[in-house]
Design a protein around this ligand. Structure first.
Ligand SMILES: C[S@@+](CC[C@H](N)C(=O)[O-])C[C@H]1O[C@@H](n2cnc3c(N)ncnc32)[C@H](O)[C@@H]1O
Length: 218
């Protein structure tokens, strides 16, 4: 069943208010009772904007909320590619991020139209909790990530904060999945990625992992 939140993402009107209203409020919501997701978000943006000649893939990029930061420091042949299955979100993304280094593709995070080992940085931010059958999306991240490359996920985490009155009901009503604290990290470990780091922020989690230089995931 498609969740309410996922259906909203297909709506052109929603894609316009997403960046300015929904996403900032939502990011604060993830900090519920814990360290501020907004601080991590700022740190992530600065990290993404660092200089470098790299290929960046932003899975379920939405309206391109991170495109400008991720493209900012790119040098040489460096390119940013955003992929999303919502035409409305991509239309918005294309309008806001017109540079030679940035492109957007319509497609499904479960079946990325890219060869193995293509990208140095693979992002999947604020999307996994909306996607039915989300764990295979991590497999796709690892597949398209180049040996030695990095993967960065931001999603929900079922911490003790999620036990606060109303938190679970709110998540369920909006169709957001609450991942157990180990679920994402365990999948990355099963996929033989390295240097897996997890930061919990309230009911959110950031996970960073690297694909080994000598590819071992097959
Ligand atoms: C909440 S938005 C997040 C956008 C952006 N990554 C951000 O952090 O602001 C979630 C996005 O996931 C996209 N999405 C959901 N399921 C998808 C799938 N299977 N493949 C590609 N995109 C998907 C939706 O269309 C929506 O644009």
């Amino acid at each position: 069943m498609t969740s309410f939140a996922l259906r909203m993402m297909q709506n052109p009107a929603f894609s316009q208010i997403y960046e300015t209203l929904w996403r900032p409020v939502f990011t604060r919501g993830f900090s519920l009772g814990g360290s501020a997701t907004a601080d991590y978000d700022r740190a992530l943006r600065a990290y993404l904007a660092r200089p470098g000649d790299r290929q960046v893939l932003d899975m379920a990029c939405g309206p391109g909320n991170y495109s400008a930061d991720a493209a900012h420091g790119l040098t040489g042949a460096g390119r940013y590619t955003g992929i999303d299955f919502s035409a409305a979100m991509l239309a918005r993304a294309g309008t806001d991020n017109r540079t030679d280094r940035v492109s957007f593709v319509r497609g499904d995070a479960h079946r990325l139209p890219f060869p193995d080992d293509s990208f140095h940085t693979v992002l999947c931010l604020a999307a996994l909790y909306l996607i039915p059958d989300p764990l295979p999306v991590l497999d796709e991240m690892v597949r398209v990530c180049a040996p030695g490359g990095e993967m960065i996920v931001f999603t929900s985490a079922q911490t003790s904060v999620a036990a606060l009155p109303g938190a679970r009901t709110l998540a369920e009503l909006s169709g957001l999945r609450l991942f157990s604290v180990d679920e994402i990290v365990d999948r990355f470990a099963d996929l033989r990625t390295e240097h897996i780091e997890q930061s919990i922020t309230g009911v959110g989690q950031y996970v960073h992992a690297r694909k080994p230089r000598a590819s071992q995931h097959h």
